[in-house]
Ligand binder design. Structure first.
Ligand SMILES: [Zn+2]
Ligand SMILES: [Zn+2]
Length: 176
């Protein structure tokens, strides 16, 4: 499996969307601006409040897929997410490498986002197995992650959480 392919990087967009803090009403604008390389250059990155709500629902669905405990559950939630996708793949070499994009290039930004996220996530689940998604084991963190390690050994959302937990476990042993 080549993790540099577009499908497996698109899943990172899904995970980042799911983990984005949505307390600020402008969260979607901030998220889109910091991930603008995912969208066709020139696509307006503005979302109406209604579209922002839909982007939030997509984020919730990604999270639901990652939290699901059985294959049936994953399938149901993944299919719910996929009903939001409007795939129309096309080939591009905009970054110098020939690869596929999932959404039509002239789609509104919400459609590009939802389609890329749903297809990227589904691709990884279908190819790697639903157990590849999980929720961070660090105390006080409930971010989700996708495990692309060779031996599927990942337990934390980030290196920060992994080392924080190692330190905490060490201190707990010292006390005991
Ligand atoms: Zn691209
Ligand atoms: Zn974490």
């Amino acid at each position: 499996m080549d993790y540099d392919t577009y499908g497996s990087t698109a899943v990172e967009l899904a995970i980042e969307l799911a983990n984005t803090d949505r307390t600020d009403p402008e969260w979607a604008r901030t998220f889109l601006a910091s991930h603008d390389d995912w969208f066709t250059p020139g696509t307006p990155l503005e979302l109406s409040p209604g579209e922002t709500h839909k982007a939030g629902a997509t984020a919730e669905l990604v999270r639901a897929v990652a939290l699901a405990q059985t294959q049936d559950d994953v399938l149901n939630r993944l299919n719910e997410l996929l009903t939001l996708a409007r795939p129309r793949p096309y080939a591009t070499d905009h970054d110098g490498e020939l690869h596929l994009h999932y959404a039509r290039p002239d789609a509104p930004v919400l459609e590009q986002l939802t389609t890329t996220v749903a297809m990227g996530l589904s691709q990884v689940v279908a190819q790697q197995g639903w157990q590849r998604l999980g929720v961070c084991s660090a105390e006080g963190c409930d971010d989700v992650y996708v495990d692309t390690s060779r031996n599927a050994s990942r337990r934390y959302c980030s290196n920060t959480c992994a080392s924080r937990s190692t330190v905490a476990a060490y201190r707990a042993r010292q006390k005991a």
